[in-house]
Design a protein around this ligand. Structure first.
Ligand SMILES: C[S@@+](CC[C@H](N)C(=O)[O-])C[C@H]1O[C@@H](n2cnc3c(N)ncnc32)[C@H](O)[C@@H]1O
Length: 198
């Protein structure tokens, strides 16, 4: 990351999500918690199977698997895994023959995801600290990449997509839930830092 503005944006996002890891509901615009999961259309059975403390740590913009699924035995990467609800669902879907890796920018989120994975006795998933712009995995590692409300937070979206493409196996699938700017002329990286981390 070279540009000083990009660094400022990353610091603002980091600070924001460090806070969200501790208190997901605090003045946050994404859907959060059990209520948010149900509103976004996550399966009732899955939502009800989550301990309340795990469900309450969720935040996202939509269900990345609304039009897709993870098959038993697949290897999956969740980019920006947050506290791990999407990661845990992927681990349940891929089952003991598969594995799910999650990466997140903030150590507080990684810690929360690790606690949630342990609490649910999930043996085929782990979370680690890393950024979407530089994924710590070899080329062609994953059958599926998922992400929920993450890439809009990066000023280096080209790098994120290049990395996702690099780590996907040939024929691999990307299931992405995110926010997009419909009017390209409205893009302004110099806007208020809060707008990058809202
Ligand atoms: C909406 S949350 C994702 C929540 C998660 N899917 C869940 O199941 O609760 C977005 C996450 O993206 C992370 N993030 C933001 N920018 C990132 C980047 N450049 N690389 C990796 N993670 C990033 C934030 O720290 C935050 O935890």
């Amino acid at each position: 990351m070279n540009h000083s503005r990009d660094k400022e944006i990353r610091q603002a996002v980091l600070k924001r999500y460090d806070g969200v890891a501790k208190s997901p509901r605090a003045s946050f615009s994404y859907a959060t918690g059990r209520e948010g999961l149900l509103k976004l259309g996550y399966g009732k059975e899955f939502v009800e199977s989550l301990p309340l403390s795990v469900a309450e740590s969720f935040c996202g913009v939509a269900d990345p698997l609304m039009d897709g699924k993870i098959l038993p035995g697949e290897t999956v990467l969740d980019v920006g895994c947050g506290a791990g609800v999407d990661l845990i669902r992927a681990a349940l879907m891929t089952g003991p023959g598969g594995y799910v890796y999650g990466v997140d920018l903030t150590s507080a989120m990684v810690q929360r995801a690790t606690e949630n994975i342990t609490l649910m006795n999930i043996a085929n998933a782990r979370a680690e600290e890393a950024v979407a712009e530089s994924l710590p995995f070899p080329d062609e590692s994953f059958d599926v990449v998922t992400s929920n409300g993450v890439l809009n937070l990066s000023p280096q979206k080209g790098e994120c997509f290049a990395e996702i493409r690099r780590v996907l196996k040939p024929g691999g699938r990307l299931y992405l839930a995110d926010m997009i700017l419909e009017d390209e002329t409205a893009y302004n990286p110099e806007c208020d830092l809060d707008a990058w981390s809202a």
